[in-house]
Write a protein that binds this ligand. Structure first.
Ligand code: HAM
Length: 458
C-alpha cells in the first residue's frame, strides 16, 4: 500500500529545503542586524498556553487546533469510551503559531528582567492548523516569526515593520506588488467600549448578517470584519471604525508609528477594518498582502503589538510585539516572480575511475577531500566512464579528477575544469599532502577550509 502525506501537509524535498534554509539564513542576517537572536520552542505545548494566550473565541483555537495525546492517554480515552478526564499538563496541542509558546518560554525562563533591555528573538519552524486546505492555506505550514518583549516605544513597532519589509525585499518578493496594511486596535482603555459599539451595530443589523456573525456579536464581535459573506461585508462597511474611538494615548502611539514609517519612506495603507485573527493584539497591527501568486490567501505575513499577553500567561506586565510570515506563501509569490533561489551545485570534485583497478585510490581521495573541507563525489554503482561523466554533469561538479592506471603509475591524475574544459596533468602526491594537512591528518595541520581552486594548482 502506498501512502501519501496527510492532506495539507507537504514534504520539503531538497530544492524546497534549500529555499527554506536560505530563508532562515536571510532571517538570521537581516533580523540579526536588528538585534534578534534565534530560539526554538517545542512544537507542542499545554493546550492552555494557546487557549489563554491566543483566545478561546478565535478560529485558530476554537476550530483549528490539533490536540494530541500520548499513547497512554489515547488508550485510556478509548477504554473510557469517551474523553477521559485529563490533568492540565496532559492536555497538549500542536502549536498553531509561535507567539504564545515563546511568551510562555520567556516567562518560564525570566527572559525579560525589569529594567533590562528588550528581548528580541526570532524562530522558524512548522505550525499546525486544521484549516480547509486550499492554495496557500495548509494544515502544516512553516513560519518565520520575530518577537520583541519589553519595548513600549513606537520606534519598536516601526523597527519591526521595517525589518519585515527589508526581509521580503531581500528574499526577492516584488515589493511593488505588495501592500502593507496597518491599523491600531486600541488598548484596554478604549477597546472595550469600541467592542461594545461593534456588538451593538451587529445586533442592530442582525437580520442582514450570517448566523456566524450573529454568534460573533456575543463572543468576538470584531471578527465580523473578516467575514467572507458578501452581505456581512457590505454591512460591516458602515460599522464603527476603531480609529474614531482610540483613546488619546493610543492615538498618539499610532500617529508616531506612522510618522516613523513616513520618515523612512515605507509606504503603507491604513485599514481601520484590519483586526487580525488572534485575540492578543493591542494597538499596532499590520499585515503584508499581495494577490501576486497567492489568490485569495493574500496575507504573506502579519503581526502587531500584544501588551497584555505576558500577563495573560502568568508573567509580569511586559509589553510585546512581533510578526510571523508564511514560508509556503512566500514560495508561491517567489515562484510567480521567477525568483525562487536555485540550489547551487555543491560538488567541487567528481572522481572518475577509468577502470576498476583504481577504485581504492579513488575512495581514499574522496574521503581525504571531504575531510579537508571540499565536496566530492564518485560513482557507487559500477558505471562506465561515459556514464560517470554524465553523473558528474548532473551533479554540477566543478572539476572531474580522472584516475587512470597509466597516469597513476607515474603519480599523476588528469583534472578537467568542467566550465572551461581545460585539462591538466597534476601531481597526486602533492594533492594528497595538501588534503592531509587540511584534513588534520599531519602534524601542524593547516586550519580553515581548503579552497578547491588551489588543490590541483600545481
Ligand atoms: P498569522 O497572521 O496567523 O499570525 O500568521 C502569520 C502568517 O503565517 C500569515 O500571514 C501566513 O503567511 C502564514 N499562515 C497562517 N496560516 C497559514 C496556513 N494555514 N497555511 C499557510 N500559511 C499560513 C501569527 O501567527 C502571529 N503569531 C504573528 C505574530 C507574531 N503576531 C505577533 N507576533
Amino acid at each position: 500500500m502506498a501512502y501519501s502525506a496527510p492532506k495539507g501537509a507537504n514534504d520539503l524535498l531538497p530544492d524546497a529545503m534549500y529555499v527554506w534554509t536560505r530563508a532562515i539564513q536571510e532571517a538570521a542576517g537581516v533580523f540579526g542586524r536588528f538585534g534578534y537572536q534565534m530560539v526554538e520552542t517545542p512544537i507542542f505545548e499545554q493546550t492552555e498556553v494557546f487557549t489563554r494566550g491566543i483566545g478561546e473565541a478565535t478560529d485558530v483555537v476554537g476550530k483549528e487546533m490539533f490536540t494530541v495525546r500520548s499513547g497512554e492517554m489515547y488508550r485510556r480515552a478509548l477504554e473510557a469510551g469517551s474523553d477521559a478526564p485529563l490533568k492540565a499538563d496532559q492536555k497538549l496541542s500542536l502549536r498553531p503559531e509561535g507567539t504564545a509558546g515563546w511568551v510562555r518560554a520567556a516567562v518560564q525562563h525570566n527572559v525579560v528582567e525589569p529594567g533590562a533591555a528588550p528581548s528580541k528573538v526570532f524562530y522558524a519552524g512548522p505550525m499546525f492548523r486544521a484549516e480547509n486546505v486550499q492554495k496557500g492555506r495548509l494544515r502544516q505550514f512553516h513560519q518565520i516569526g520575530a518577537e520583541c518583549l519589553g519595548a513600549t516605544d513606537p520606534t519598536a513597532d516601526a523597527e519591526l515593520i521595517i525589518m519585515l519589509m527589508l526581509y521580503f525585499r531581500n528574499m526577492g518578493i516584488p515589493m511593488d506588488k505588495t501592500t502593507l496594511l496597518i491599523n491600531s486596535m486600541g488598548d484596554e482603555a478604549c477597546r472595550p467600549a469600541y467592542r461594545e459599539k461593534v456588538r451593538q451595530f451587529i445586533l442592530d443589523h442582525a437580520d442582514q448578517m450570517c448566523p456566524e456573525c450573529q454568534r460573533r456579536a456575543q463572543t468576538n464581535p470584531l471578527r465580523a470584519f473578516d467575514c467572507k459573506n458578501p452581505d456581512c461585508a457590505k454591512v460591516m462597511e458602515n460599522a464603527p471604525r476603531i480609529t474614531d474611538h482610540l483613546c488619546p494615548e493610543c492615538q498618539d502611539h499610532y500617529a508616531k508609528v506612522k510618522s516613523y514609517l513616513d520618515a523612512m519612506g515605507v509606504p503603507y495603507v491604513e485599514d481601520p477594518t484590519l483586526v487580525r485573527g488572534l485575540d492578543y493584539y493591542t494597538r499596532t497591527v499590520f499585515e503584508v498582502q499581495t494577490s501576486f501568486g497567492l489568490g485569495s490567501q493574500s496575507a504573506l505575513g502579519g503581526g502587531g503589538r500584544y501588551d497584555k499577553l505576558v500577563e495573560t500567561v502568568g508573567g509580569r506586565p511586559t509589553p510585546g510585539l512581533g510578526f510571523a510570515l508564511g514560508f509556503e506563501r512566500m514560495m508561491l509569490v517567489l515562484d510567480q516572480a521567477n525568483a525562487i533561489p536555485i540550489r547551487p551545485s555543491s560538488t567541487d570534485f567528481f572522481i572518475a575511475c577509468v577502470d576498476d583497478s583504481v577504485r581504492d585510490t579513488a575512495f581514499s581521495m574522496l574521503t581525504l577531500m571531504r575531510q579537508a573541507g571540499v565536496s566530492a563525489e564518485m560513482d557507487h554503482q559500477g558505471r562506465s566512464l561515459k556514464s560517470q561523466l554524465k553523473l558528474a554533469n548532473k551533479l554540477g561538479a566543478n572539476r572531474v579528477v580522472f584516475l587512470g592506471p597509466d597516469e597513476l603509475a607515474q603519480g599523476k591524475v588528469k583534472v578537467r575544469n568542467m566550465a572551461t574544459h581545460a585539462e591538466a596533468l597534476c601531481d597526486l602526491d602533492s594533492a594528497r599532502r595538501i588534503l592531509e594537512q587540511f584534513g588534520g591528518r599531519t602534524v601542524g595541520a593547516a586550519t580553515g577550509r581548503l579552497s578547491a581552486d588551489t588543490l590541483f594548482a600545481q
